[in-house]
Write a protein of this length. Structure first.
Length: 686
């Protein structure tokens, strides 16, 4: 064990109780679980809690559609989520729900403390109201034409085509996604959290290098530059959630009580474990470590709203927030039509779930870069690394040990210095795990596996086993090889706990502590070898993708984003032509050929790409809502057409200096316009 035992509380973002777990979600839970397992293997007290995010309008409406109560829906979804997490080895110390007494009490406590300190205010706002359904509509339950570019079938808060943000009142020809009718405006009293009261505290907190990755800290600077606005934390009835204590008919917005769910899950655990003290982990003077693992798209909730709420209510703030990127499959966004929008349950039926853990670990670093699941690379890594390198060591050595020595290891190692070198590598591998550089840890482990196989190849036990007088050398060589394999199985245990458990059963050793790597197994009997990993064939992957397509076609796939729904995935048939304009109106629009010199993702914006455009001597930056259809690398060097005389528009993610032209209804079906060969940057389109 390490010299100093740490108290660590870890959380992952709460999955929304409105849909299944898919492989995109698993990036986060696998990353978190690996880090937690590593800490426990090091001997620290590391507690991993999570919960289903169970409130909000989508859950209320889905339950209504199914003719059941919301409580029944969220109970069923929790069972399904836990089933999928267990399949992939995600080992929570407690998994709870935000629809709990603990969460209600803590949400009310935090709200009243913020209110009493003057950080809550109320004011009347105007909202869209669906007369047929008798309810106020969240922004994502309103669709219409973008007020900036005119794109049809856009959400009530932002445009997928041009990236503009606006209010539902600005949307043209708006309709409710529930009734299909135009909403009306009504006044409603809402409650706001004065986030700006915490500007100085949040600036210090977010710029502390130990709190956030540099890219996330830089991204949050844009919020400070724009000024931290008040945050609407209330919703009107009907709403599935907690009623605000002093406001009958008003409910906490799901994003207020969702992060409090971390605290509630831990409090629920404390009630069952007398060794745990809630205040020791969440009190203002807590010396425990608190880490949140989340996707980069929700950093502003966890690094602005959440620390401010905690600080204002007299609780401690997180030690750090670790963000990760999104998952693509074979270089593209997960797609239902291609079968790459894969549910966790579907993958578990066709491939060993631990193989996905290994692949993600082999690709994950400590930054926020997106991760691509290339199935060709997946097959190659599993077959080469796990089958061809790691378990090959055990299989080739174990046969000799049982055939000639009844499974008994030698009393000493022939090359103790080599074993000590492998044991010494544990320091660098541990540092890689600690800093979430899992790909570095895996790379080091596989480099050691190569050396073990090279050692066995050089000493050729299969040749020595032919002569009685050299059998003792065979036992020594295989004892060395199996002890080195044991070290590697221990180093890989956070990533592949099931494989390591099977390796421990084979070696008759529990592989319980990280420091056990320094202790060799000598004069010790091992069990007969059973295969620890098998090859993956391309046919298995093709079967998985086919099953995923069939699965998604046969079910009504739920949209799992909070307060988000969609009327259709395709453009309306026979979309009407816009109203007539005169030639002079069109002539005022300056369309130019532009070359995309650089493209990149916009962190925290799940629809935008940042494009650098060359207009033939002039450079422009454009934020374009085409992320769901294009990978940045595929755009670089491409010619397109842009509106060059559009007034620059300051957005939360930066300033956009124009607009590129694209066709299609949105989502994956966006088609960037391109001129024929021969056009050059700066050329005017007439």
């Amino acid at each position: 064990m390490t010299d100093t035992t740490r108290d660590i509380l870890v959380t992952s973002a709460l999955p929304y109780a409105n849909g299944p777990i898919h492989i995109g979600h698993l990036v986060e839970y696998i990353q978190t679980d690996i880090w937690v397992r590593f800490q426990k293997l090091r001997g620290h007290r590391c507690i991993y809690v999570c919960a289903d995010d169970a409130h909000g309008t989508p859950i209320m409406l889905k339950a209504r559609q199914q003719g059941i109560e919301p409580e029944a829906l969220i109970a069923r979804m929790q069972e399904e989520h836990l089933r999928d997490f267990r399949a992939f080895g995600i080992d929570f110390d407690n998994y709870h729900t935000t629809h709990s007494d603990e969460n209600r009490e803590l949400a009310s406590l935090i709200y009243t403390r913020l209110r009493d300190a003057g950080h809550i205010e109320s004011r009347t706002i105007r909202q869209a109201w669906d007369e047929e359904h008798g309810m106020f509509l969240p922004d994502r339950f309103i669709r219409g034409e973008c007020p900036r570019c005119g794109a049809a079938d856009q959400y009530g808060d932002s445009c997928e085509a041009c990236g503009a943000t606006y209010t539902p009142a600005e949307l043209k020809n708006a309709v409710s996604v529930l009734s299909g009718k135009a909403p009306v405006e009504r006044e409603s009293l809402h409650y706001f959290f004065r986030l700006g009261d915490f500007t100085d505290m949040l600036r210090r907190w977010t710029q502390d290098e130990s709190r956030l990755q540099p890219a996330m800290a830089r991204k949050l600077e844009e919020w400070f530059e724009a000024g931290l606005a008040d945050w609407d934390i209330s919703r009107d009835a009907p709403y599935f959630g907690f009623e605000i204590p002093d406001a009958p008919g008003k409910f906490f917005y799901v994003w207020l009580d969702a992060p409090i769910g971390y605290m509630a899950s831990f409090r629920n655990l404390c009630a069952r474990d007398e060794t745990l003290d809630f205040d020791a982990f969440w009190g203002a003077d807590s010396e425990a470590e608190l880490y949140h693992f989340i996707g980069k798209d929700i950093v502003y909730f966890h690094a602005l709203f959440w620390p401010a709420m905690l600080h204002g209510a007299g609780f401690r703030t997180p030690t750090a927030v670790h963000a990760h990127g999104f998952l693509t499959v074979d270089g593209q966004k997960m797609s239902k039509s291609r079968g790459t929008f894969i549910k966790a349950q579907t993958l578990a039926k066709h491939l060993p779930p631990e193989y996905l853990r290994y692949y993600f670990a082999a690709r994950l670093g400590g930054g926020v870069e997106d991760l691509d699941l290339s199935f060709d690379d997946f097959i190659q890594r599993i077959n080469s690394d796990l089958v061809g390198k790691l378990v090959n060591i055990a299989s080739r050595c174990a046969g000799f040990m049982h055939k000639h020595f009844d499974g008994r290891l030698a009393a000493e190692l022939p090359e103790p210095a080599l074993f000590e070198e492998f044991a010494g590598e544990g320091h660098a591998i541990a540092e890689a795990y600690e800093t979430r550089e899992f790909s570095t840890a895996v790379r080091r482990i596989m480099a050691l596996a190569d050396r073990v196989n090279q050692y066995v190849d050089e000493h050729k036990p299969w040749v020595l086993a032919r002569q009685p007088d050299t059998l003792g050398q065979v036992q020594a060589i295989c004892t060395q090889g199996l002890n080195l394999f044991r070290v590697l199985a221990l180093y890989l245990k956070p990533v592949m706990p099931e494989l390591s458990q099977q390796a421990g059963a084979f070696l008759h050793d529990d592989l319980a502590h990280w420091d056990d790597a320094a202790r060799p197994l000598l004069d010790h009997t091992i069990a007969p070898y059973q295969p620890l990993a098998t090859r993956v064939e391309r046919t298995a992957v093709d079967t998985l993708l086919g099953a995923s397509r069939e699965d998604l076609a046969a079910t009504d796939s739920a949209n799992v984003n909070r307060e988000q729904t969609s009327v259709t995935d395709t453009a309306p048939a026979g979309e009407p032509i816009a109203g007539e304009i005169k030639f002079d109106d069109f002539a005022r629009v300056d369309l130019r050929v532009a070359r995309i010199t650089h493209a990149e993702y916009v962190a925290e914006a799940d629809k935008l790409l940042r494009l650098q455009l060359d207009l033939g001597g002039e450079q422009r930056t454009v934020l374009s809502g085409i992320r769901s259809a294009y990978e940045p690398a595929a755009l670089e060097g491409r010619l397109t057409v842009m509106v060059a005389n559009l007034a620059p528009r300051k957005m939360r993610f930066g300033t956009s200096e124009g607009m590129v032209l694209a066709a299609g209804p949105g989502g994956e079906d966006i088609f960037l316009l391109s001129p024929d060969d021969g056009a050059v940057p700066g050329m005017r389109v007439k």
